[in-house]
Design a protein around this ligand. Sequence first.
Ligand code: NAD
Ligand code: UGA
Length: 463
Amino acid sequence: MKICCIGAGYVGGPTMAMIAKQCPDIPVHVVDLNQERIDAWNSDSLPIYEPGLDEVVREARGRNLKFSTDVDAAITEADIIFMAVNTPTKTFGVGAGRAANLEFVEKCARRIAEVAEGHKIVVEKSTLPVRTAEAIKRILGAGASGATFDVLSNPEFLAEGTAIDDLLDPDRVLIGGESTEAIEALVNVYARWVPREQILTTNLWSSELSKLTANAFLAQRVSSINAISALCEATEADVDEVARAIGMDSRIGPKFLKASVGFGGSCFQKDILNLVYLCEHFGLREVAAYWEQVVIMNDYQKRRFAEGICRTMFSTVSDKKIAVWGFAFKKDTNDTRESAAIYVCRDLLRERARLAIYDPQVPEAKIRADLIASMSNLAGEISDLDRSLVEKNVTIVGDGYEAAKDAHAIAVLTEWDEFKTLDYKKIYGTMKAPAFVFDGRNVVDRKRLTEIGFEVFGIGKSG
Ligand code: NAD
Ligand code: UGA
């Protein structure tokens, strides 16, 4: 048995490293077109920051885990081929801004159809619209090589920042398919470390749809508590107290009720928009509108946060220095895709604020590229003024203290643990008065900071 995975990103890399670690006798070959990414996977500085990942890769790489750009060889050798390529929201043509761009998945399927020999199990690891397997089967079936295929859906539920724990001890593994033998072959891989009762098998379409549904439900919880946070701010209720009170109802449960500046990440928005597009495609307008509201609420939350900063700071942030703490979309990752920080920074820059941004894991070039992209229109054009705002009004600094020096305000946009233990007395002494803290993650100790002299504003907190 040999495995290959096309796509060495946030899913392909960690997932395959875990399979290789847990199944030392199965050769696992991860391939990507991106040479730089593959070089990083083969180096001591992995392309992804993920707690515990280095150890897993170190254990398996060179033994039964290999990273390369040799896509054709990997396909030819493998019995099971995972497709873990990106499926971003389409930015052009029919369905732009909503539908998933399936170009990369289709290219993988075509490559497999072209070079495969014998029998292969092709596994959808990427998150895909329901019924994509139908198209994949047709593309594979049209290949001239004479190879035969089974297609399985095996969506990934890991969250960034906890990927290794999620892979080691998943709530469930989901495998959808038609062929019992193919399903059993993949079940046997996971069963090396996941209890059998946690490996669910379903039909193809339920598996594909369950992935979109899981992300929609998770994002909906965040938008629900964020909607309530706005009401808390208007009524002196405290959103953490409300979350605790409702979360103790076992039917609701305590997880995923942390109010925030808005959810980010590469998937929640993309997958909900994909779901909305599918509903519209099937003529289910009310269902589409219902789910779209989750994204609309999230946009409102990000905008509301930036507007709140401006309003509180006497209705102008022009030429004021604001320390931005955190740029990643959540703690313990270097991923910034759809991070709320991008949009809050963009709005503040358009108000002519000066930003000093600090994130412990995101490199300067990435922050600047994200901000430039956020200013661009759909055609990728950016005005000279917007470009100069990113170039002249943004500095990237090495820690939270440096960011806060001479600043009028601090905006906490990612919940990195280190922000809880900084010397706030020292920080207060270096800031302009009144010194504002806008805590978009409710991580700072409000009472202590207020005693020091800060004016503290949290999400879903009044005063
Ligand atoms: P990513 O962009 O980090 O990685 C995708 C990789 O695929 C890239 O390195 C790209 O170069 C490569 N690629 C694209 N086309 C290729 C081709 N034809 N041949 C070889 N390589 C190719 O994306 P990701 O975050 O790993 O997400 C991958 C999929 O998994 C998406 O569908 C996503 O929705 C889903 N997913 C992501 C997460 C997550 O936490 N990021 C979790 C669950 C599911
Ligand atoms: C999410 C899901 O949790 C995974 O199960 C799924 O596999 C993945 O998407 C995917 O398909 O890509 P991820 O986006 O990595 O994982 O991280 P989450 O922990 O879900 O956080 C997403 C966003 O919601 C973050 O910006 C986070 O800060 C925010 N969030 C989360 C809140 O604001 N409040 C919460 O209570 C929870």
